[in-house]
Design a protein around this ligand. Structure first.
Ligand code: GAF
Length: 401
């Protein structure tokens, strides 16, 4: 379980049997029938930020904060969905999908239904009830958890199945084409392929991955700044565009370059003059971050939290100075963490412009860490951060009691 450490209104990590029963009852009231229940996790990324859409490496962990979907098949080819989070209903005809969903919460569910059909999965109609327990806007990937839980529920309700990697791609396509966010594949992959007690080292080019056991005597701890800046989505797309510009220019000099993944720091320096200054710095982040992920893997494998922590600190600096996606609140959380004895390292995690940090903390000082961060952050900002100890969880599945 992800232990929730501060009082707040963020829902508790797991759906207790009582709450699962409440979900079934609500489904019964809404649709007059029994449901099966599915869940997909949110995630936190240990290292490897803004590398996924550059075909690079990432190292996420599935957290035990979930989106729950109750589902039952329908006789007609329609998908009906009710969201507990927004108390609203939406529906779509699978034979005539409404593809103008952008900006609407239902894009994350109905967009997946449309994307499943586009992929050739002949899903039938279904009634769905969605209960999202991954905090929204916190950079813990609530969107991907909704998509993956809904996609899995729609497949299962139709007696179909797809491999986890295929489902991840289908959900990413829904987010890109229907929700209108040009996200990479990391969040959908970890929601599909996560494994309890392991981090996932994912190659975003091949989608091959390796499960890595976490440190036995140090914990990853997530601190939520409780702030999300409005311009995050636009800035995200702008960073992607900068990376595409870099790739275009560098590919003219270096045959075989398909993405920043293919460029070394030495090559970047060689052709630095050809790139606008901002594009050069964006590229330096991506290329150095890819190397940090591979070094972090080695540190994890040899049980060396100190080196891992150093890489986290370097990652934060690079995201702050070169990629410019941090925020005053995230920098403050990292600074507070850096001043606490027993903290190996700390960095912003996720897309940025608010959301969460992740810190690697010696197990015996986790309690002190939590009080010191809460105290320091509240004193400086007046906000109480939510703090979670990361317990790596499984990817999407049916919730069987
Ligand atoms: C967001 C995106 F959805 C991911 O694909 C990834 O790019 C991340 O930001 C940054 O690493 O979560």
């Amino acid at each position: 379980m992800t232990e929730k450490l501060t009082a707040s209104d963020v829902p508790s990590a797991n759906l207790a049997p009582r709450e699962a029963q409440a979900l079934r009852e609500q489904f019964q009231k809404l649709y007059g029938e029994e449901a099966r229940i599915f869940r997909a996790p949110g995630r936190v990324n240990l290292i490897g930020e803004h590398t996924d859409y550059n075909e690079g490496f990432v190292m996420p962990v599935a957290m035990d904060l979930y989106t729950w979907v109750a589902a039952a098949p329908r006789q007609d080819p329609r998908v009906h969905v009710y969201s507990q989070n927004v108390s609203e209903h939406a529906e779509m005809d699978l034979q005539n999908p409404n593809l103008r969903l952008q900006g609407h919460w239902s894009a994350y569910v109905l967009g997946v239904a449309a994307s499943l059909r586009m992929s050739g999965a002949e899903i039938g109609g279904a009634n769905l009830l969605v209960a999202g327990k991954v905090p929204m806007g916190a950079g813990l990937s609530s969107s991907a958890s909704v998509e993956v839980a809904a996609g899995y529920a729609l497949l299962e309700s139709s007696g179909l199945s797809r491999s986890p990697v295929e489902l991840a791609k289908i959900c990413q396509r829904a987010e890109n084409e229907f929700a209108g966010a040009r996200c990479g594949i990391m969040d959908q992959m970890i929601a599909c392929c996560g494994r309890a007690n392991y981090a996932l080292l994912l190659d975003c080019r091949t989608l091959g991955f390796r499960l890595l056991p976490l440190f036995p005597d140090a914990q990853f701890v997530v601190c939520n700044s409780m702030v999300k800046h409005d311009h995050a989505a636009g800035e995200y797309n702008a960073r992607r565009a900068d990376c595409e510009t870099a790739t275009r220019i560098l590919a003219q000099q270096l045959p075989g370059v398909r993405a920043l993944r293919d460029v070394s720091l030495a090559d970047l320096e060689r052709f630095a003059k050809l790139l606008p200054a901002v594009v050069y710095r964006r590229s330096r982040h991506v290329i150095s971050e890819n190397a940090r992920v591979l070094d972090a893997r080695a540190a994890l494998e040899r049980g060396d939290p100190e080196s891992f922590g150093r890489l986290m600190r370097a990652s934060h600096r690079s995201l702050q100075e070169d990629y410019e996606v941090s925020s005053a609140e995230l920098d403050l959380l990292v600074e507070i963490a850096g001043g606490i004895a027993g903290v190996h390292g700390s960095r912003m995690t996720g897309g940025g412009f608010g959301g969460c940090t992740i810190s690697l903390v010696r197990s015996e000082v986790v309690g002190e860490f939590r009080s010191a961060v809460a105290r320091g952050y509240e004193r400086a900002t007046g906000r109480q951060p939510d703090i979670y100890i990361v317990r790596a969880s499984d990817g999407v599945r049916e919730a069987l009691e």
